[in-house]
Write a protein that binds this ligand. Structure first.
Ligand code: PLP
Length: 462
């Protein structure tokens, strides 16, 4: 007999009925959620008991302009009243997606031509792969299809993009990656670059890529995908000279470069696009998250002229371009994005990210650089991470036994102290990626809560 849910708490209803993503399923079914959030304003979330938490992760690196922005809520309401939906198949058009596409091309790095809208970072990266395949088929190179990603890169969870993601937890139990995926070395200074200068580390990473291409054959590789600064894989910025050198190799072998700007796009690094800041010069750019600050699920593939020219010339071979979603070019998403981009401009948020980001980086380093559990504090602007290791020897770092769950325990300790952070997968790393509107006092409170939580875990480990 079905159980009536009317007299259950929300936590209890969640425990019984919700299938949570990226969660230990049996643990959740046994214990339920630690908190049930019911409100958000600025950088602060409030649970159903009225307890406040500073959200030091902006949700999942996405609520960039902060919670409760009436400007975006009003734009969504107005758009829903005016035109709640319009598809984009067969040249059908509505006003807001067209205006948004124009705005994205105006603001994107040079050489971009067209915008294809989707619903999430995953489906957008999936689309990028299909575009690469279509491009090479149109050029009569049907064998040039493999996609290179990096170990620890995060590109989504679809059947293709979960494989591109270089984190074993996204492959386990799913028969992934697909056979056309290859991974090369992550630019992780603490581990892969231990003891090397920037120049030596860049040379090693480039040599690894060259070696992979030589092994596979350049004529079998269609594209490489890279986040300007890796997010979920550990908040990893590459060494000096990395993108210029990697780009040279890719160009030499006629391999397209996809910049996955799902986290970095729209200001997280203090510039509109990470690929511009780091001079990646990609052929295609993926954006999502910060495009609407998560007020509506919207993503975009921004396609460069070189790729567009081939795609648009392929109609005589393949007919109408056979790809698109019911919700591609959704007018509500476009209205939310336009209002969100207005806020970023009007409130001069890039300058804010630079100022508050400098403060956050300094505060993280002051709190953690000398902590006995810490291997590295890293990041730039409003994205940062603290990696916990057992020790760092001359030969390199030594990880904790994963069963100790050091980072997860520190995150839990911070939650108990009123701060939400995130333990990243496959490394004892805690990330910080707060809303751009976070107040300085909230940054300080977050860092202090994590330091206290780390001290507590250290005491428990001794
Ligand atoms: N690419 C990057 C760099 C991401 O960080 C993410 C999500 O965290 C994705 C792609 C996938 O986006 P989504 O979760 O919207 O599918």
């Amino acid at each position: 007999m079905a159980v009536s849910s009317s007299d259950l708490s929300t936590a209890e209803i969640d425990r019984k009925f919700v299938f949570h993503p990226f969660t230990m399923l049996a643990d959740h079914e046994r214990s339920g959620p630690p908190v049930v959030i019911t409100q958000g304003k600025g950088a602060v979330l409030t649970d159903e008991r009225g307890i406040d938490y500073v959200d030091a992760m902006a949700g999942l690196w996405c609520v960039n302009v902060g919670y409760g922005r009436s400007e975006i809520a009003d734009a969504l309401r107005d758009q829903a009243n005016q035109l709640s939906y319009c598809h984009a198949f067969s040249s059908m058009s509505s006003d807001k997606p067209a205006l948004l596409a124009q705005r994205l091309i105006d603001m994107a790095p040079a050489g971009m031509s067209k915008v294809f809208f989707g619903n999430s970072g995953s489906d957008a990266n999936d689309t990028q792969v299909k575009l690469v395949w279509y491009y090479n088929n149109a050029l009569g190179r049907p064998q040039k299809k493999k996609i290179i990603a990096r170990q620890r890169g995060y590109h989504g969870v679809t059947i293709m993009t979960a494989g591109l993601t270089g984190l074993p937890g996204l492959h386990a139990g799913f028969d992934l990656p697909l056979p056309m995926v290859r991974h090369t070395t992550a630019p992780r200074r603490l581990w892969e670059g231990h003891g090397l200068t920037d120049a030596e580390f860049t040379a090693k990473l480039v040599a690894d890529l060259e070696e992979l291409i030589a092994r596979e054959g350049a004529d079998t590789i269609g594209a490489m995908i890279m986040e300007p600064v890796m997010g979920a894989g550990g908040v990893i910025a590459p060494p000096e000279g990395y993108y210029a050198a990697m780009r040279d190799v890719l160009r030499r072998h006629d391999i397209l470069l996809i910049a996955d700007e799902v986290i970095c796009g729209f200001g997280r690094l203090g510039a509109m696009f990470g690929s511009e800041l780091l001079d990646m010069q990609p052929d295609m750019i993926t954006v999502a998250k910060g495009l609407t600050s998560a007020y509506f699920p919207l993503s975009a593939c921004i396609v460069g002229q070189k790729v567009w020219d081939v795609l648009s010339g392929a109609g005589s071979q393949f007919g109408a371009f056979g790809h698109g979603y019911t919700y591609s070019s959704h007018p509500l998403g476009a209205a939310a994005a336009l209002a969100n981009l207005d806020l970023i401009d009007k409130e001069n948020m890039l300058a804010r990210v630079a100022d508050e980001g400098a403060h956050m980086q300094a505060a993280l380093r002051a709190a953690f650089a000398d902590h006995p559990l810490v291997g590295e504090v890293r990041g730039q602007a409003l994205i940062g991470a603290v990696e916990f290791v057992k020790e760092v020897r001359d030969t390199g770092p030594v990880a904790f036994d994963p069963a100790l769950k050091v980072a997860a325990r520190i995150v839990k300790g911070a939650l108990d102290r009123g701060v939400i952070g995130r333990a990243l997968p496959s490394a004892d790393t805690v990330a910080f990626s707060p809303p751009f509107v976070i107040q300085r006092e909230e940054i300080d409170r977050s860092v202090a809560a994590f330091r206290d939580a780390a001290d507590q875990v250290l005491a428990e480990l001794r």
